[in-house]
Ligand binder design. Sequence first.
Ligand code: ZN
Length: 493
Amino acid sequence: MTRPASCASDRTPPAFYDAGQSAAAAWDVWLNMQAGAQHIERLAQQRLERLVATAREHSPFYQRLYRYLPAGPSRIVQLPVVTKRDLMANFDDALTDPELSREMVQEFLTDEHRAGQPLLDRYAVWSSSGTTGEPGIFLHDGHALAVYEALEVVRFRRVQSPLALAAAMMARDRYALVGATGGHFAGNATVERIRLLHPWLAQSVRVFSVLDSTPHLVEQLNEYQPMLLATYPTAASLLANEQRAGRLAIRPREIWTGGEQLSPAQRAYITQAFDCAVHDDYGASEFLAIAWECARGALHFNADWVILEPVDEHHRPVPPGMRSHTVLLTNLANLVQPLIRYDLGDSVTLLEGACGCGSALPAIRVEGRCDDAIVLQDASGGDVTLLPLALATVLEDEAGVFRFQLRQTGARSLALNLDPPATDTQTVQRCRQTLRRFLRTQGLPDVELDIERCALQRHPVSGKLRRVVAMTEAPQPIQRSSLPRASRDKRAH
Ligand SMILES: [Zn+2]
């Protein structure tokens, strides 16, 4: 099917940044925080109609997908499910702006210096690896970016008025993101975007690499003294170890975690080590600010801007209180690359009953994200913790593999399993070299490394691929707890 010639003139895409657009989004997000459940539902339905109409009119992929559906109001459950594979295989056709093409987007992504800059002056482009083994590329228009920012500021950070926001900005809080530096991952690109749009904030926002050795990371954080620290629970636990040992000496006012599951034990450990509040959130490259944590500790999802449907393996709805196989996400804010009933791959449980905080927004628990931190011994018998995100980043970015399983087989040994269809001798060689190099930078030059090509094992309960697996009898309780996956899709990136 060819793209209708009228596309370009039909719709004016929103500006990449516009102060009025941002203020309107913040007002809308604040207003609907006080709204009742029925109002939220009506609003979400109106936004769904607009999204489906845009997709039908401007995206050849959705035109084909919806060709047998009746015109008129859409009931979400009647719409077909889409996967990341579908979207990536039909990349150009899934977009609603005919000026965009995969070639243009790929070229943009190859230039790391363009992270945070707009493509065609109007779109953010984020890449993700994803634990499903499928890399993804996501485009967001200016309106969607304004909505994500409003959700972050008003709901997650609880800034309740323009005056409070101005005060927070004037305070020049030093903000540290410990995540994947470089590249077009959502977190890094968002920090770069903030720097681009607000140069006066550039010194107040810094990204530190989780690929760094722990001593170097600690040294840099000691020097910077962040007041706000955002990172993954596994990285926050590692930093809590350092703080308790006295090597790290920072006094953050708040720690924000995301991208992985935060267990109650981890939260208590991090809170005690830093003597500050820990706030958790849930986001993805597909929608940056899916859910935020209320004062009662429940993760409320932003049902006015994102629809989440917990479903079983056949995409049938799963009732509240039951853990889902996966979750379907519909992004109501972004029109350039419609995500409608998109299989996000996470297992969630919709919580029953109303939350004590009074919010009408439904609450979820995110389950089944289960990569481990690995603790190896160096030559002197000291423990060195390797974060799952760092290991995954090395294998994805430097060795170019996405489907793998890295298992700890001893105090000084690792085994890497590679999915046979995707590997040749050169890939194996590249994996060996990049992992060796990384282990050397972590002070582990003598770790044994076996690489095999064999079928990957899925998690027996969630069915998900665990990509980084520690030995069950790892030395320290905090690192032993089933630590979550190293999703680089997520907000802390
Ligand atoms: Zn609540």
